[in-house]
Structures are given as C-alpha cells and as structure tokens.
Design a protein around this ligand. Structure first.
Ligand code: 8YV
Length: 321
C-alpha cells in the first residue's frame, strides 16, 4: 500500500479522506520535523506532505536511494523546498494554489486596517483597563479610504487585495509585477501597473507584499527601499518573511522612516525579534493568512487530489514547474 507521511496534523475531515485512500502516518507530536527526521521520511514513505514549517534543502535529496516520489506541499508557497533538487532526485512537488487567495487577501486587508487605525494598540489599552475616556486626540490613526495602495506581486492574492482595496475602500491601487499584465486585466481589479518597485514605493501610502519568497525576492524590501517609501507610509507583509530584511525594517520603524507595519510572516518563524515586539506601531500575527476552517480544509483536499492523481498514474493538477 502507498505510504504517506503528514508532517503536521491537518483538518480532521481531510485526514479521514487520506486515511481511507492511503496508509497514512502522522508525525508524532505535531511538531516541525528536523532535517534528520525529514531525510528518513524521504527514504521510508512514497509521499511526504510537508508544510511551511518543514525545511527541505538540497542536502536532503543528495544521498539518493529515496522512496519518496512526491512532495504534496500543504500551502501555495514552497520556498522551504528546494524544488530543483527534488526534481533531480525524481520527486514531483505539488502545491495548493487558488483556494487560499480570498482568506490571505482578507488577512492583508485586516492588517492594513489594524495598523492604520491602531486597533491592536486600542485593544491592548482596553484590556489593560488603561483607557481614560473619549477625547478628540485619542489614539489618532490614518484614514485608509482615498489613499494609495502599492502591491508588489500581482498574482492571485495581489489581485484579490487590489479588488478589495479599490472597490471596498475606494483606494487608488498601483502595482509592480515582474511580467507585464494586460491593461484590461489590471483594470478588472481596479489597479494600474507601474514600471519598477521604486515607482510603487514612491506612490504608495500602503505597500503590500504578494510575491513568492526565496530566490530573487529575498530582501526585496531592504534599507534603501524603506528609505524610498513615502514619509508616513506603512508596510504589510502576508507573503514570506524573507522578502523583507527584518533588521532593516525594525530600524526603519524605530527611526520613523516608515510609520508602521502589519506582519503575518517573519524571517525566522516562529521567532519574532524582541525589538519588533517592543514597537507599538506594528501589528504582529502568527502566520494566519490561510487559517480558516474552510480554507485549510480546501488546501488539504487539494493535496489529496494531487497525490491521488499522481498515484493513479495521472498528472497531478498542481505540479510545481
Ligand atoms: C499556509 C502559506 O498556511 O500557503 C502558503 O503559502 O503561507 C500559508 O497560508 C502555509 O504555507 C502552510 O504550509
């Protein structure tokens, strides 16, 4: 029977479907697996189903003699997997595009609103019983409607973010994308493409990152780029932690180079630097982009579809190129 390993617990409904179709083993303890455990898994299972909390660098695929034929990644982002090395070892990698678009864009909107309107700070104040009553100058934030949103990466999630902010919050939306997007397509989402990242940073009151992590996007936001942002602008990151040079971001926040940040992802998750946690002008979430019952179940079902097709000798619908 086909043996598969889940590196973490999944929504119950999906685990049941998997268990009905395959010999399913759950990683004990629902903890991230270390390199040695993952290497062993690649030798002992036909399929390994990793998440963003598992690192699969090239060294794991180097030794040969691997039983694994497919990595069914639970998530759309796969920069934690060295896909080229997996491919060279004869292992197919799949992901879960599409099903987490809405929820991730929703979370980006909620971070944008939260940091602009200081809702985290306000909530902390009420919970600490430190609110001394209404006054015209209490906890003043930034108006969102009518402002300019700059999107970096106009894929599914970038587009969903554009649509929400243009048509829901009456924002002007500009974006950078490494390939040209047809004007008609951009218009459909109420957005306009600019030539360079710098053009977007210069125009935007809010910059929201929606590009993949890893590769050329590592440290796309660095000290120079924070300096290129509009005075008083905000950064939103629901993409990947390594798209941002976190030390440079902290510096920019502390020195007032930018006004605030709403973050769902970090460079060395789950570690969040103390200096970042000490700031009031940030909203910090624990990688919740896709964390709804509906979406996590849909992600799991996508992985099931991918590995089911693969072991039936068909092309998995979401093979990573
Ligand atoms: C997932 C994500 O929860 O899909 C992604 O790329 O960032 C998250 O929403 C995570 O990757 C699970 O592996």
């Amino acid at each position: 029977m086909t043996r598969i390993l889940l590196t973490r617990r999944w929504p119950g409904a999906v685990e049941q479907v998997l268990a009905a179709r395959f010999e399913t083993v759950l990683n004990e303890g629902d903890r991230p697996m270390d390199a040695a455990a993952l290497a062993e898994a690649l030798r002992n299972f036909d399929a390994v189903l990793p998440t963003v909390s598992d690192r699969l660098p090239d060294t794991l695929f180097a030794g040969g003699n691997l039983r694994a034929k497919i990595l069914g990644n639970f998530g759309v982002g796969y920069n934690h997997i060295d896909v080229a090395a997996a491919k060279a070892a004869g292992i197919v990698v799949t992901n879960t595009p599409g099903v987490l678009t809405d929820c991730t864009a929703d979370l980006a909107v909620s971070l944008l609103l939260a940091v602009a309107r200081r809702t985290g700070e306000g909530e902390r104040q009420v919970r600490a019983d430190a609110w001394d009553g209404w006054r015209p100058t209490h906890m003043i934030g930034t108006k969102v409607s009518g402002k300019t949103l700059g999107i970096i990466g106009f894929g599914r999630i970038g587009k969903a973010m554009a649509k929400r902010c243009r048509f829901g919050f009456d924002m002007d939306v500009v974006f950078y994308n490494r390939s040209k997007v047809a004007e008609e397509e951009a218009k459909r989402f109420g957005a306009r493409q600019l030539e360079t990242v710098e053009d977007v940073l210069k125009a935007a009151d809010f910059v929201s990152l929606h590009c993949p992590g890893g590769g050329e996007n590592r440290y796309l936001m660095n000290a120079a780029r924070f300096a290129a942002m509009k005075a008083g602008a905000y950064l939103i990151n629901t993409a990947r932690g390594d798209v941002v040079d976190e030390a440079a971001l902290i510096d920019a926040l502390e020195r007032g180079v930018i006004r605030g940040a709403g973050l769902d992802v970090y460079e060395a998750e789950p570690a969040v630097p103390q200096r970042l946690r000490a700031l009031e002008n940030v909203v910090l979430l624990p990688h919740l982009g896709s964390a709804t019952e509906e979406t996590r179940t849909a992600m799991g079902m996508k992985v099931v579809d991918n590995i089911t097709a693969f072991f039936a000798g068909q092309e998995p619908p979401d093979r990573v190129a």
